[in-house]
Design a protein around this ligand. Structure first.
Ligand code: ADP
Ligand code: MG
Length: 291
C-alpha cells in the first residue's frame, strides 16, 4: 500500500485496493480499485449478498450477469476481468471506463456537441445491440446511465462507448421470445412492456434505443413524469408515443437544428405498435446513418 501511496486504512478486496466510489446503481456500488499485483486500475461493482434487501431473485440475477458478461466479446461492451466473493458482497472486477456516463456527458456538454457526435454514438450502440440480439441476448436496461465513455469530453478520437450493467440481461429462445417480467426504467420502457406486460425483449430494447437517440438529439427525455402529472397520464403518453420535438422558433442552438432525417429515424423507432417499430436492419439501413 505504501508503495502505491495508499493509506493503511485502504479497504482491500481480494487483491484489489479500493480507491474511491465512482458510481451507484439500484443494487450496487461501483468503486475504482487498483490490482495490487499489477498496479492496473479496475472498476469494482460491489453487489451486496446479505441483508434484508437481498432476495433470491437478486442472487440469481447476479450470477446471470456474471455468466453473460463472461461470454461477451465486443469492443463496445465492458470486459469482466475477475470476480471476488466476500462474506458480504459479490464483486465484479471490470475494465475501468474513465469517461463517465453518457448521461452526465449529455447533461453537461449537449450544446457543445453536434448531430455527428450523436450519430457516432448511436452507430456504436446499434452495433452492440445487433451483437447481443444476434447471440439471442436481450439487455433490458438500455439507458444513458448504463452507457459509459472511454474518454473525457472533448476527446481526440470522438466518443467511444462501452455498454455496462447486464443485471437485467438474459438469453431468449427466439422461437418463444415473449417475456412478462416488468423491469428496467419506465422512461425507457416500451408501451407493450409498461401496459400489457407481455413483450418481445428485442423489440423493447429497440424502443429504448429510440429513447436514447431522442436524448442524444434533443438533450432531454421524450417521456418524463412531469410535476403534477399522474403515472396514468405518463403511461398514456408513452402508449400513444406522444412525444414532440422542440419547435425551432422557440428554441435556439443545437435543438433548433435537428435534421429531418434524424427525426425520421426516431419516428420509425418510437412506434407504439411493436410490429410497426423499425427492426435493427431497418435502422442500420436508414439514410441518416448512411449519409
Ligand atoms: P446497477 O446494476 O446497480 O445499475 P451499474 O452496473 O449500472 O449498476 O453501475 C452503476 C454505475 O457505476 C454506472 O451507472 C456507472 O456510472 C458506474 N460504472 C459501472 N461500471 C463501470 C465501469 N466498468 N467503469 C466505470 N464506471 C462504471
Ligand atoms: Mg445501472
Amino acid at each position: 500500500l505504501a508503495k502505491l501511496g495508499l493509506p493503511k486504512s485502504t479497504q482491500i478486496i481480494g487483491h484489489y485496493a479500493v480507491i474511491k466510489p465512482i458510481g451507484k446503481g439500484s443494487f450496487s456500488e461501483v468503486k475504482l480499485a487498483i490490482d495490487l499485483k499489477s498496479g492496473e486500475k479496475f472498476a469494482l461493482k460491489m453487489i451486496p449478498t446479505e441483508g434484508i434487501e437481498t432476495d433470491d431473485r437478486i442472487k440469481s440475477s447476479v450470477s446471470r450477469e456474471v455468466e453473460l458478461l463472461k461470454l461477451m466479446d465486443h469492443p463496445n461492451i465492458v470486459r469482466l476481468h475477475d470476480t471476488v466473493d466476500t462474506p458480504t458482497h459479490l464483486c465484479l472486477v471490470m475494465e475501468y471506463v474513465l469517461g463517465g456516463e453518457l448521461f452526465d456527458h449529455v447533461c453537461k456538454n449537449y450544446e457543445q456537441t453536434t448531430e455527428t457526435d450523436a450519430k457516432r454514438i448511436f452507430l456504436q450502440l446499434v452495433d452492440v445491440v445487433a451483437y447481443l440480439h444476434g447471440n439471442n441476448i436481450i439487455h433490458r436496461d438500455l439507458k444513458l446511465e448504463n452507457i459509459l465513455l472511454t474518454e473525457l469530453y472533448p476527446s481526440p478520437t470522438g466518443p467511444i462507448i462501452k455498454l455496462t450493467d447486464f443485471g437485467l440481461a438474459r438469453f431468449i429462445d427466439p422461437s418463444s421470445p415473449i417475456l412478462t417480467t416488468r423491469c428496467g426504467s419506465e422512461e425507457y420502457a416500451a408501451p407493450e412492456l409498461l401496459i400489457n406486460g407481455k413483450y418481445d425483449g428485442r423489440q423493447t430494447d429497440i424502443w429504448s434505443l429510440g429513447i436514447i437517440l431522442y436524448v442524444l438529439l434533443v438533450g432531454y427525455l421524450p417521456f418524463d413524469l412531469e410535476p403534477g402529472q399522474t403515472k396514468r397520464q405518463f403511461y398514456y403518453k408513452i402508449a400513444q408515443a406522444n412525444y414532440k420535438f422542440p419547435k425551432p422558433e422557440k428554441e435556439s442552438g443545437r435543438r433548433a437544428t435537428i435534421s429531418e432525417e434524424a427525426k425520421d429515424l426516431v419516428k420509425m423507432i418510437l412506434q407504439s405498435n411493436p410490429k410497426r417499430r423499425a427492426t435493427l436492419d431497418q435502422i442500420k439501413q436508414h439514410r441518416w446513418l448512411n449519409e
